[in-house]
Design a protein around this ligand. Structure first.
Ligand code: SF4
Length: 372
């Protein structure tokens, strides 16, 4: 079982961000951490072994070390925490001092995930990020000095005005630092994103679609050559360093969820907590469950979800497993719909698995439509 813990506070709001987050308010953060620890304690179940914890946000590195301690202590008290549990903390480069990183490590964090996004200052400014490239490198060195031996760096591609060569500059800068893990995301602009307005005002444009495809393919080729192994559409890792927590999302796993807007899944149940920070605190303080929505999937829906998420993995969908768990014969039921993708080289059958090729990953959403 995994545990996802949402920390919704940020020092500034990035111009493209559509996550569930708000500006840091120290008093509110104190109440929130207390509510989180309460929610975790209320879910206490000594039968449950938790082997991954993921603190995502927002900016979880804005937690004070004693707050992080309180949250992790609540987890240790409520569940059986595996001795080798992977405990990930998302962090922004500007939010970490050497002392804080040392304290986070001492609290039990085993994996640090930095939102770097770019190693080009001009791009970071356009995104409204608070750090620059030098700050990202300093934060990385500090994490190493604090004893972190499992670090992820996030990068974002297809930024306004970004050329393929400029994107590859960031990828090569990441390779030079040598983290154990890297996540490469495509910038997604939601309708009212301030970045969209900036783009209109400044006449910034996005590179054409073929360049976005070239960015994806060429960056993965650079990472392949540097010894990283792609294991998911957007994720690569050095051997043995794939994110154990995130793998649960793509391999029909189970995870508990704590904090505002957090989504959990257990067996066929799916639930999510209320989005609002204050409503979340209010509900927990009043002794009410903070769950906003809960549904139970039937075998068909759960099977389709398992297939679609597993398609994101380079190892693909294990169709034997899908048949055993959900009674769905993927080969028989979807043969006709999948045939064109197989013929065009976007899909491959490696019995009993079906997997996207790298070219197929560029059109993954189209392939996934077959199973919706
Ligand atoms: S730091 Fe992350 S969560 Fe916070 S505003 Fe920026 S992108 Fe959003």
């Amino acid at each position: 079982m995994g545990a996802y813990i949402h920390v919704p506070f940020c020092s500034a709001i990035c111009h493209y961000c559509n996550f569930n987050r708000g500006l840091l308010d120290a008093a509110l953060k104190t109440c929130y951490v207390r509510a989180l620890a309460d929610e975790i304690r209320r879910m206490s179940d000594q039968e449950v072994v938790v082997d991954t914890i993921y603190l995502g946000g927002g900016t979880p590195s804005l937690l004070d070390p004693h707050e992080l301690d309180a949250i992790l202590e609540a987890c240790r008290g409520a569940f059986r925490l595996a001795p080798d549990a992977e405990i990930t903390l998302e962090a922004n480069p500007e939010s970490v001092s050497a002392e804080r990183l040392t304290a986070f490590r001492a609290a039990g964090v085993t994996r640090l995930s930095y939102g770097v996004q770019s190693f080009r200052d001009e791009e970071l400014r356009r995104l409204g990020r608070l750090h620059d490239a030098a700050g990202a490198r300093t934060a990385y060195d500090r994490a190493r000095a604090a004893g972190f031996d499992n670090i992820n760096l996030d990068l974002m591609m297809w930024l306004p005005q970004q050329t393929v060569a400029q994107w590859l500059e960031s990828v090569d800068a990441l390779i030079e630092l040598g983290p154990e893990h890297a996540s490469l995301y495509l910038l997604e602009l939601y309708p009212n994103a301030p970045l969209k307005e900036d783009m209109a005002r400044q006449q910034w444009s996005l590179a054409p679609d073929e360049d976005a495809a070239a960015m994806y393919m060429q960056s993965l080729a650079h990472l392949d050559a540097a010894g990283y192994e792609q294991y998911e559409i957007s994720n690569v890792a050095r051997e043995g360093h794939a994110s154990r927590h995130n793998l649960k999302y793509w391999s029909d796993g189970e995870w508990l969820a704590f904090g505002c807007g957090a989504h959990g899944t257990r067996a066929r149940a799916r639930w999510c907590n209320v989005q609002s920070i204050t409503e979340y605190i209010g509900r927990v303080e009043a002794g009410q469950p903070p769950v906003a929505e809960r549904r139970i999937l039937d075998a068909e829906a759960a099977g389709a979800e398992a297939i679609i998420t597993a398609l994101r993995l380079t190892r693909g969908v294990n169709t034997d497993q899908v048949r055993e768990r959900y009674g769905i014969d993927v080969h028989q039921r979807y043969a006709a719909a999948l045939q064109p993708f197989l013929e065009m080289g976007y899909l491959r059958v490696e019995w009993p698995s079906i997997r996207l090729t790298r070219a197929g990953m560029l059109i993954a959403n189209e392939v996934m439509q077959v199973f919706v």
